[in-house]
Write a protein that binds this ligand. Structure first.
Ligand SMILES: [Zn+2]
Length: 192
């Protein structure tokens, strides 16, 4: 009887531990509770309600030739999620790494101050990069201040690289590849 009771107790402890773990892994409070949401094919996009979509689209600067390069019809009126999908396909082409079941998250804060706060909250470090990709959350964090095809392409590059390889290349190699995506996207975005 004593044994059964003990097992029972242990089971309870495990169940509690299990739920605590679920709670901590899903309840990441990054300040995007009030954010607006758009669904794309490759990304679910959250953005601060203060942000204006047309401005973000302009900053992203996706051109008809980007569409053409990824085989999309030119006359399609593209929204923010569609443009990020185009950028994802461009990044896959540039890296020559094609993913068939990718779906990540992009979170766009209102400015670099908000981005800093998120970075501090997640990593306990004060100065955030202009944007960053969190592998465990499969999430790109960025802000309107640094929202451009080069910067977002760089982070999408990180997402693609980390999903493509079973054994991850070194951090340095991943950075070089992400920088290569950024460079190519910047170069092809000039003059648009
Ligand atoms: Zn990087």
């Amino acid at each position: 009887m004593a044994f059964i009771r003990k097992t029972y107790k242990i089971t309870i402890i495990f169940v509690i531990a299990f739920f605590l773990k679920i709670n901590t892994s899903f309840a990441v409070d990054d300040g995007f509770g009030a954010a607006k949401k758009i669904e794309g094919k490759y990304f679910t996009v959250y953005y601060s309600p203060q942000l204006e979509i047309p401005k973000l689209l302009q900053q992203l600067n996706i051109s008809p030739s980007d569409n053409l390069l990824v085989g999309r019809p030119l006359d399609q009126g593209l929204g923010l999620a569609d443009m990020l999908d185009v950028l994802f396909l461009r990044a896959c082409d540039i890296l020559d790494m094609h993913l068939y079941s990718f779906h990540g998250t992009v979170k766009i804060g209102k400015d670099s101050i908000q981005l800093n706060n998120i970075y501090n909250y997640l990593f306990r470090k004060n100065v955030a990069p202009r944007s960053f990709y969190v592998y465990d959350l499969n999430t790109i964090y960025t802000s309107a201040d640094n929202f451009s095809r080069g910067v977002i392409g760089h982070e999408i590059g990180h997402a693609v690289i980390s999903h493509y390889f079973v054994v991850q290349p070194s951090v340095k190699i991943q950075e070089v590849l992400a920088m290569y995506v950024e460079y190519q996207l910047k170069r092809s975005g000039q003059g648009n």
